[in-house]
Design a protein around this ligand. Structure first.
Ligand code: ZN
Length: 214
């Protein structure tokens, strides 16, 4: 995200004031805020397009074939909140080859404005997930802990650390090892003391902080 932002801010001809994209989606389906959903876009190629549409970039790296199902799922959730969904070349025609045929075909299959998926509480699922993770991160979890907070700990360890844990909401020896490995990596990476980053297999505030920040 920073690389793209730097590229845009140093752009030789466009007078961008921020990253041009409103949102971004990575290979794992994580969604990042660019200039933000309700800010006029800078990436669609025409001023009309920028006025009426937000721009989402799929962080595939070069090429069209590197998109993932997780990316498309995230885009689908996002598109549910919009009236229409276009690809870049819908706006600028031959002015761009972006995106290529594979992504174009995949995006065409997504129905924008579909029933916005909601949770029983009526929240947008991404909001509900954030709330659940926030609540989980206020708990101290250790061997023997059980329940939804452990579920989110395991999901994060798998997603961010490829820990390969079975997500069973039960803090057993494998989860403990994964927490310890994570703590030890953070400690080594930042050169922390034992006090700054205890390697104890207990997910407390410091561990959660780095899990959510990394
Ligand atoms: Zn494009």
């Amino acid at each position: 995200m920073r690389t793209i932002q730097r590229y845009h801010l140093n752009h030789p001809t466009e007078d961008y004031i921020d990253i041009a994209y409103n949102m971004a989606i990575d290979r794992y389906g994580n969604v990042y805020e660019g200039r933000g959903r309700n800010v006029r876009s800078g990436a669609n190629g025409t001023s009309t397009a920028n006025r009426v549409s937000a721009a989402v970039v799929l962080l595939t790296g070069p090429g069209d074939l590197n998109y993932t199902p997780a990316m498309l799922s995230a885009l689908k959730v996002m598109a549910a909140g919009y009236h229409g969904l276009h690809v870049h070349k819908d706006w600028v025609g031959r002015g761009t080859v972006c995106p290529g045929p594979q992504i174009t075909a995949a995006v065409r299959k997504i129905t924008p404005g579909a029933a916005v998926p909601t949770t029983p509480s009526g929240e947008h699922p991404l909001v509900a997930i954030k709330r659940a993770v926030d609540a989980a991160s206020r708990q101290v979890l250790r061997r023997g802990s059980k329940g939804p907070a452990v579920f989110w700990l395991q999901v994060l360890l798998n997603q961010r650390r490829a820990a390969g844990l079975r997500v069973d909401s039960d803090f057993g020896p494998d989860t403990e090892r994964a927490v310890r490995d994570f703590q030890s990596d953070i400690k080594r990476f930042f050169g922390f003391s034992n006090k700054q980053m205890p390697v104890d297999g207990i997910a407390g505030p410091k561990t959660w902080y780095w899990l959510l920040a990394s």
